[in-house]
Ligand binder design. Structure first.
Ligand code: PMP
Length: 452
């Protein structure tokens, strides 16, 4: 048995079992600013903001005090049957004003998965009520991440997630991943690649019949797929096709929303005009589970009309629009609008400069990113872009070695991804990349030694 008593009664989500068996879990004890500490007092720079969400630091006093006050006043209530806390009303007014498109309604779930899942349900609800029960197909992209419920794991375009449980469900189609560096034809420009993907979309729509398609889901920047910003002109090419066939665009802003890309929304960074926006993670800075669906007036009107028959919206979650969660979200937005977003804008050039400087490392094939998010894709051969054999291993090794060196960075496929808290300083950015370079050197030396 390991010194950390593994296996334990706790079932670890998305955790590498051999590592757990060998080393046991990292028991996270407390946090301070952009750092977390384990139960042995070891300090780590959190290069991923937890899971992209803890953007205001791990000890944000304003959020903690807000939560304490909200718990003291009304620690719990639901939002069914016309009952609701004031914070949910205030938050909704604020969110529709902030939205990247004209918007007038917000529905609350408890996670990104639940929010995306509910979007599908609402689209299918509309299909049924508008006399088009066959309008059920959902378009997504390979490498997308939209969640882990049955439907949202189906929308998620990662092969191992799909094959592990025999997904996707029959209603989902995955289009080409818009990753120019990996997927473009030789000498194909970014805009030509975007045009080709728009053509693929149009052909897919025509082949299946536009009347059968309920919606197109897209993250502005693919996050868990390995931080893949869209190629130039991508959404400009895709959106007219969706418009032409009357297919709603759902912007999954679970990672990008509220500042990550250096604009308030990824939709603004890339010129998206979505019909529905899904937010989560950053909306409470990770301090409370929340997912939010933001609707355009047209979507609202259609859903209202469809609901009229039932005299109520036929969906909802026990803890959706939780009074403490909504109060925390208001405080998080105060913090973001009051300075954290400005810091993302101010720090992004330095972060991107240091990220791209890593491209000179012999193991780094591509350094890519936008705002305060980025990825380094590991290759065995920079010219051919050939991945390392069993490529997950190399990024996994980099991440494990980084942990030993005091940095948390996540392996995703062949890439190492970074998304530090919005409050990071330039000195901490230098610390992050200093540790990462030392780590890459160590792993590279180790691989070279083994190959010799
Ligand atoms: N959409 C995107 C873009 C995500 O990155 C995630 C989570 N990484 C989700 C949806 C699912 O969110 P959750 O884990 O809260 O269900």
């Amino acid at each position: 048995m390991s010194r950390r008593n593994y296996p334990s009664a706790f079932m670890h989500p998305f955790s590498h079992i051999p590592t757990l068996e060998e080393e046991g879990p990292v028991i996270v004890d407390r946090g301070e600013g952009v750092y977390i500490y384990d139960d042995r007092g070891r300090k780590y720079l959190e290069g991923n903001s937890g899971l992209w969400n803890v953007v205001l630091g791990f000890d944000n006093k304003k959020l903690i005090e807000t939560a304490q006050r909200a718990y003291a006043k009304l620690p719990a209530y639901h939002a069914f049957f016309g009952r609701v806390g004031q914070a949910a009303l205030d938050l909704s007014e604020r969110v529709v004003k902030l939205a990247p498109m004209e918007a007038n309604r917000v529905f609350y779930a408890n996670s990104g998965s639940e929010a995306n899942d509910t979007v599908v349900k609402l689209l299918w609800f509309l299909a049924e009520q508008e006399g088009k029960p066959h309008r059920r197909l959902l378009l997504s992209r390979k490498n997308a991440y939209h969640g882990m419920t049955v439907i949202t794991a189906s929308l998620t375009g990662k092969d191992y997630v799909k094959s592990a449980s025999g997904l996707p469900v029959k209603e989902v189609r995955h289009l080409t991943c818009p990753h120019h560096w990996r997927e473009a034809l030789p000498k194909e420009s970014e805009t030509d690649f975007s045009q080709r993907l728009a053509l693929e979309l149009e052909q897919t729509i025509r082949n299946t019949g536009p009347d059968y398609i309920a919606g197109f889901f897209a993250e502005p920047v693919m996050g868990a797929g390995g931080v893949i910003p869209p190629p130039e002109g991508y959404f400009q090419a895709i959106q007219p096709v969706l418009k032409k066939y009357g297919i709603p665009l759902i912007a999954d802003e679970v990672i990008c929303g509220f500042g990550r890309t250096g604009e308030f929304w990824g939709s603004q960074t890339y010129g998206m005009k979505p019909d529905i926006v899904v937010a989560s993670k950053v909306i409470t800075a990770g301090f409370f589970p929340m997912g939010a669906i933001i609707l355009s007036p047209e979507m609202t009107e259609r859903i209202d009309k469809a609901s009229a028959k039932y005299e109520e919206l036929p969906t909802g979650f026990t803890t959706g629009a939780h009074p403490v969660g909504c109060a925390i979200a208001m405080a998080a937005l105060d913090e973001i609008e009051g300075g954290a977003f400005a810091n993302v804008k101010a720090r992004s050039p330095e972060f991107q400069k240091q990220l791209r400087a890593m491209a000179d490392h012999p193991m780094v094939g591509e350094a890519r990113g936008v705002g305060l998010m980025g990825a380094l894709e590991m290759v065995a051969d920079k010219k051919t872009k050939a991945p390392f054999a069993g490529n997950l291993d190399v990024s996994e090794r980099v991440s494990r070695q980084a942990l030993k060196n005091g940095l948390i960075c996540r392996p995703l496929g062949a890439s190492i991804v970074l998304a530090p808290p919005f409050i990071i300083t330039d000195a901490q950015i230098s610390e992050l990349f200093g540790i990462l370079r030392k780590t890459l050197d160590e792993v590279y030396r180790d691989i070279a030694k083994k190959a010799a």
